[in-house]
Design a binder for this molecule. Structure first.
Ligand code: LLP
Length: 421
């Protein structure tokens, strides 16, 4: 399949196309109302295949960060292209297992796992629990003892690497809550070795944060992982894997970002340089799915006030919180027809001033519908029912066909639940 035909594009009539289907046809054939997410699942699978191919002869796999888009249709498409999963809760783990992700390709991260989550991870026999503190190691050991078994753990290092991104999504610096500080690594191994009946170190991991725009910070952190892995192997025998995390950025309309394969190839070369014979794991989320989803909204009204043109749409910050939470910019375009030259401020119905998608170019008149682009990652998964709004519908398209639909929750369901609270 040719990658150039995948993802968002416009046909000769300037209509929005995703997954080789007109977005407006996807809406009507799926019988969903706006706001609705539409995804090109074929493009997501193709990006996973491309990432897997970049491993070449290097052993290892992509552990898809399920948090980016946890729809089963997406998980199945990506993992049937050979990927495993990176999960961060008992819910995500149970979902990955339900989607038949092979357990030996699942890693579980998270700074504050509950006892139940730790026990679920141990008893499901996943590749590793990625442990984020020395204190957590003691808790994992106690849970393994209670289950009468040995837990496979990986140390998630905090490599103290900073790079240019939004502070909310930078994780790999020493002021962040994530990971084991390098100065605590000896204590962590000492604890593991003291509890060898209940703990076995199988990997070394890291994740520096999200929206990297070059492999440099990724490799800087990966070197630290390799240093620790090399020393551990020399002292205590083989490890199964090194996991350099995810965080590969995508373009939201600005300068293009390096493809996933650039990061993977550089990671493979680094393992070779170190002579480390381990599996390589990478944990991309956004880069596999972000560009391949749109949020479609109906224009409810226009407003001319304060010397401005406003476009009031039926999608709000509860449906896509990234602009409100991170000041993120997503292109908002007409569903049909090209963007024009007139600036309109696009806002949603939620009673917060931050329910604001920014200023975007349209024509003199307001369009009937808009697409909010690059909404395949951290869109629906972060949606809420704030202001009594139902969670939006999702439509999954592949090669011009709808392959699954998840209907919006009904406003009545919200009323029923809140009426009982
Ligand atoms: N691995 C771990 C341990 C993570 O915490 C994350 C993301 C990933 C992998 C995947 O990162 P990605 O490849 O998707 O950048 N809601 C924010 C992003 C939060 C990312 C959280 N961790 C956003 O909308 O930008």
């Amino acid at each position: 399949m040719e990658t150039k035909n995948l993802g968002f594009r416009r046909n000769a009539q300037e209509e929005a196309i995703l997954g080789e289907m007109r977005v407006k046809d996807a809406l009507s054939q799926a019988n969903v109302t706006t706001p609705a997410y539409i995804y090109d699942v074929g493009a997501m699978a193709a990006s996973a295949t491309e990432a897997a191919r970049a491993f070449g002869t290097q052993r290892g796999f992509i552990a898809y960060a399920v948090k980016a888009n946890s729809a089963a249709t997406v998980i199945r498409a990506i993992t049937s292209a050979g990927a495993g999963a990176d999960v961060v809760s008992g819910g995500e783990l149970a979902l990955a297992l339900t989607c038949q992700v092979p357990k030996e390709r699942i890693v579980m991260s998270g700074v504050a796992k509950s006892d139940r989550e730790i026990e679920l991870a141990i008893s499901s026999g996943i590749l590793a629990l990625q442990v984020e503190s020395v204190e957590e190691l003691s808790r994992v050991s106690a849970r393994a003892q209670a289950l009468g078994t040995q837990a496979h753990v990986s140390l998630r290092l905090n490599p103290n690497v900073r790079f240019e991104t939004h502070s909310h999504i930078a994780t790999g610096h020493d002021a962040a809550k994530f990971g084991i500080a390098l100065c605590d690594v000896p204590a962590a191994f000492e604890l593991i070795d003291r509890h060898s009946l209940t703990l076995q170190a199988v990997g070394i991991s890291t994740h520096v944060g999200s929206m990297l725009t070059s492999p440099a910070p990724y490799l800087e952190a990966a070197r630290i992982v390799c240093d620790v892995a090399k020393a551990r192997q020399a002292a205590a025998g083989p490890l199964s894997f090194c996991d350099f995390g995810g965080g590969f950025g995508i373009s939201y309309g600005e300068a293009s970002c390096p493809p996933i394969s650039d990061y993977i190839r550089a990671a493979c070369a680094l393992l070779k340089e170190y002579g480390l014979d381990v599996q390589l794991i990478a944990e991309p989320g956004r880069s596999l799915v972000g560009s391949f989803g749109v949020l479609v909204a109906q224009v409810l009204s226009e407003k001319h006030a304060s010397g401005r043109r406003w476009l009031m749409i039926d999608a709000g910050m509860n449906d896509l919180i990234r602009p409100a939470l991170y000041g993120a910019r997503h292109r908002v375009e007409p569903l049909s027809g090209l963007p024009g030259l007139v600036e309109w401020k696009v806002v949603g119905p939620v009673c917060e001033s931050s329910d604001d998608f920014g200023v975007h170019p349209f024509g003199e008149g307001a369009p009937s519908h808009v697409v909010v682009r690059d909404a395949g990652a951290y869109g629906f998964v972060m949606a809420s029912q704030y202001n009594g709004r139902a969670l939006p519908a999702e439509v999954f398209v592949k090669d011009g066909q709808i392959i699954a639909v998840s209907q919006a929750e009904s406003p009545e369901a919200w009323v029923r639940r809140r009426a009982q609270a």
